[in-house]
Ligand binder design. Structure first.
Ligand SMILES: NC(=O)C1=CN([C@@H]2O[C@H](COP(=O)(O)OP(=O)(O)OC[C@H]3O[C@@H](n4cnc5c(N)ncnc54)[C@H](OP(=O)(O)O)[C@@H]3O)[C@@H](O)[C@H]2O)C=CC1
Ligand SMILES: CC(=O)C(=O)O
Ligand SMILES: [Mg+2]
Length: 772
């Protein structure tokens, strides 16, 4: 039985096949759709979108073709083009059968780099026909990604298209693969202590991917004389006639060797871009020390990693698959290299842009991994080394590093028609795409930067807090203090590959052994002694309850800010904070504010976590505390009191409560833009407000939504969050005597960082207000 048959017959494979078929079929066939980006809701929209209005952009483009980038989606639209002649390692299965792969590439472009794609499967086998069809598509697209077209035709097709077209033409199987292979090779050689000029490379495969990888490795310093190619016919030797072409002839050698087995001895790198199972384990024995084995055929590699590892313990092993470490796959490159090229309207993707991408990817693997990347790898956090030569495809930093590097190289080499004019704004845009919290959080981070505020974290042993602490220290946002056992913190930092160290970089409060223990117990007892807590319980809690320890620390002035809530019940922690830190002078009750950041809006919701049925007075206070907090974000608050009643259409108790709250706010904080009571859609649509309340004092759509009850606020916030795939920042606890915030157990490390920065900004603002 062949290895392909073996693979096909495993039950795991059958399961995966069934799931894949279901995934592709339900709920709608395929993986892609087209959606309109402009409203088409009425006669006027129709007149603008189509005839007669559409004539205006048509004529503008006829006058000046470059404005097509302003009036159409072309500049963000890429064609993924295939004729289906070398689909993955499945061979020549034709254009129609290649469509799931091309739709898949389209999804990856969108997901990883926000690039729109039409997949174009063409029924064309001759070079001339492929070139004719693709070059005729230039008016439609900002770039062409050729995919799964077999060698040697793909070389000729790409060469001719590059010469004919004024937009980037990039054969992903060649150059995307070459870029990521080169990054992995660079890092592997660094670990092995070898120089690229000296290493011997043997390939299995002399097709599109293998030859492009070799060409790029040669531009990076590898020597042609140190490279031997093999393919189905065996060694590529001088004088060979069968299956030769001018591209592989570059690597032909004057040798009597004829098979892979004849040439692999002493090789430092095996580069497999051919077919599953072709590398037999025993062949690895004769390879050089610390060999790099790149078995990249998809879906079945040239050798499975466990078989390779059994023979060579010292090997570094890469495959194209996501279920093993070191996934060398062009998905790490193509979305981002196109992002960079499109963003500066590059006319091509040249050698310098490719090398910029190699440098960026290789350098990224040597940095500490992000939390998202760690998750993509499973439970073990990867640290740069033989099992982590290149970043995970889910590493959010890929776009931030590769796209700007590519755009800069395009500019330097003169192929950028519209060089990036404002690099800060460009990086912000990429950041916003990645984290979505980037822009709205920016003023907060700017304000908090270089603060000396001491933020104490109750859940100091939690991975998310450890990762957040490193970011906060690097970004100089605060001085973290972690509550936890030092040995546990130390071990986890090492396990997660984090650089910061306890005591040296940040303070640790050990609940099991802190010299201030007695003082903390006395302080705690002074706060809760007459609230049903006896001295024994106080002693036990100050040893075991880290929220209590953190709150006492802030109350005593040993820290400035408390962040807790990654574990434990919200209701208990708010009780501890209320009792120990207390409520700010002049504030009646604590309340909770949530921020949702979606693709289209930044909106605050209150009270989402604390007061279940606020009175009119409570609501007026929530509105004012929320508005002051929103100002820290350098956003002008615009509040709407939301109800089932729209400006007096109903006279229920809740509607009356909201009207009373409105009157109170207008009296107590006349500068705050607020109106109500109103429907949720009225708050978010100027058109509706003009229809039902033309003299509404809300001059723009509301960004602070206030609700009559906790249920209404919390339910709405969670529904909107889920339906719009929004990022939740918060809850931000309002009204405490000193900054203290209770996060939710589902918070990410980025959420911890965001909340710490908000709390630092809040603390600095309080200092300024105290100074007067
Ligand atoms: N991990 C990644 O990112 C990528 C992986 N790949 C994988 O690389 C492989 C090749 O793709 P690509 O270069 O586009 O395809 P091509 O058709 O252009 O090249 C295939 C090459 O592999 C050789 N080959 C095929 N079967 C064998 C075999 N049994 N023994 C030795 N050599 C063999 C072919 O030799 P001959 O010409 O004699 O038939 C040819 O040289 C595929 O499995 C693909 O999935 C490709 C791109 C990216
Ligand atoms: C990854 C890819 O492009 C291939 O295997 O063809
Ligand atoms: Mg491919």
């Amino acid at each position: 039985m062949s290895s392909a048959d073996e693979t096909r017959n495993t039950s795991a494979k059958r399961d995966l096949d069934e799931q894949a078929l279901f995934y592709h079929r339900h709920p709608k066939p395929g993986k892609l759709g087209v959606h309109a980006t402009k409203p088409l809701g009425n006669q006027r929209d129709l007149a603008l979108a189509y005839s007669p209005g559409v004539a205006a952009p048509c004529l503008a483009i006829a006058d000046d073709p470059s404005v097509a980038a302003d009036y159409t989606s072309r500049s963000n639209l890429v064609a993924v083009v295939s004729n289906g002649s070398a689909v993955l390692g499945l061979g020549n299965i034709g254009p129609l059968a290649s469509k799931p792969v091309m739709e898949g590439k389209a999804v990856l472009f969108k997901k990883f780099a926000d690039i729109d794609v039409f997949d174009i499967e063409i029924d064309a086998t001759s070079i001339d026909r492929m070139v004719d069809v693709v070059s005729a598509l230039e008016p439609t697209f900002g770039g062409i990604n050729l995919e799964d077209i077999k060698a040697p035709e793909c070389f000729e097709v790409e060469e001719q298209l590059r010469a004919k077209m004024g937009i980037p033409v990039f054969h992903d199987d060649q150059h995307g693969t070459a870029i990521i292979v080169s990054a992995a090779v660079r890092n592997a050689l660094l670990l092995a202590g070898k120089r690229i000029e000296d290493v011997r490379i043997v390939t299995s495969g002399a097709g599109a991917a293998a030859l492009a990888c070799l060409n790029l490795l040669v531009s990076l310093g590898a020597k042609v004389e140190n490279i031997i190619c093999t393919d189905k016919e065996g060694v590529v030797y001088e004088g060979r006639e069968k299956g030769m072409d001018r591209w592989m002839a570059v690597y032909a050698k004057n040798t009597e060797a004829r098979t892979l087995a004849d040439v692999i001895a002493g090789a430092d790198i095996f580069l497999g871009l051919s077919a599953g199972g072709v590398l037999k384990p025993e062949l690895l024995e004769s390879m050089a020390e610390k060999p790099l084995i790149m078995a990249l055929a998809n879906p079945t590699p040239e050798i499975m990693p466990d078989l390779a590892r059994a023979v060579r313990k010292d090997a570094m092993i890469c495959t194209g698959r996501s279920d093993f470490p070191n996934q060398v796959n062009n998905v790490l490159c193509f979305p981002y290299i196109f992002r960079g090229a499109l963003d500066c309207s590059a006319t091509s993707i040249n050698e310098e842009m490719k090398i910029a991408a190699v440098d960026a990817i290789a350098a990224l693997a040597r940095e500490e991994v992000s939390e998202v990347a760690a998750k993509a790898y499973g439970s073990e956090t990867p640290v740069f080394g033989p099992e982590y030569l290149i970043p995970s495809p889910f590493d959010p930093r890929l776009i931030l590093k590769i796209a700007p590097a590519v755009a800069r190289a395009a500019e330097t080499t003169g192929v950028a028609l519209r060089p990036i004019a404002d690099w800060d704004a460009y990086l912000d845009r990429l950041n916003r795409f990645v984290y979505r919290s980037g822009l709205v959080m920016k003023p907060i981070f700017a304000f908090a930067r270089n603060s000396e505020k001491r933020v104490i974290f109750s859940d100091g042993e939690d991975e998310r807090v450890l990762r957040a602490a490193q970011v906060l220290l690097e970004d100089k946002v605060c001085r973290p203090i972690l509550i936890g056992r030092p040995s546990v913190i130390e071990t986890r930092l090492q396990r997660f590959g984090l650089r910061i160290r306890p005591h040296q970089d940040f303070e640790v409060v050990n609940p099991e052994d802190d010299p201030r223990y007695r003082d903390y117990v006395d302080h705690y007892f002074s706060k809760v002694g007459r609230r049903g807590v006896n001295p024994d319980t106080a002693r036990a809690l100050v040893r075991t309850n880290t929220t209590v320890i953190g709150a006492v620390s802030v109350s005593r002035g040993d820290a400035d800010i408390l962040i807790c809530g990654l574990a434990g019940r919200f209701s208990r922690q708010i009780r501890d904070i209320r009792q120990i830190i207390g409520v700010a002078p002049g504030v009646g009750r604590l309340s909770g504010l949530s921020l949702l950041i979606s693709q289209n809006a930044t909106t605050f919701f209150a009270d989402t976590y604390v007061q279940d049925s606020p009175t009119a007075e409570n609501l007026a206070e929530i509105a004012q505390l929320s508005a002051r907090m929103i100002e820290h974000f350098r956003i002008k608050p615009r509040a709407a009191l939301l109800s089932h009643s729209n400006f007096g259409t109903a006279d229920t108790a809740d509607a009356r409560k909201l009207r009373a709250a409105l009157a109170l706010v207008r009296e107590q904080m006349p500068d705050l833009e607020i109106d109500g009571e109103m429907h949720g859609d009225t708050a978010l649509s100027r058109e509706l407000r003009q229809r039902v309340m033309p003299n509404s004092t809300l001059t723009e759509d509301a960004n602070l939504l206030l609700f009559p009850t906790l249920d209404a606020a919390n339910i709405t916030m969670n529904v909107v969050k889920t339906m719009t795939d929004a990022l939740h920042v918060g809850p931000i606890l309002l009204g405490t005597a000193k900054p203290a915030h209770i996060l939710t157990p589902s918070v990410t490390s980025r959420g911890v960082v965001n909340m710490a920065a908000i709390a630092v900004a809040e603390a600095l603002q309080r200092d300024e207000e105290a100074k007067g």
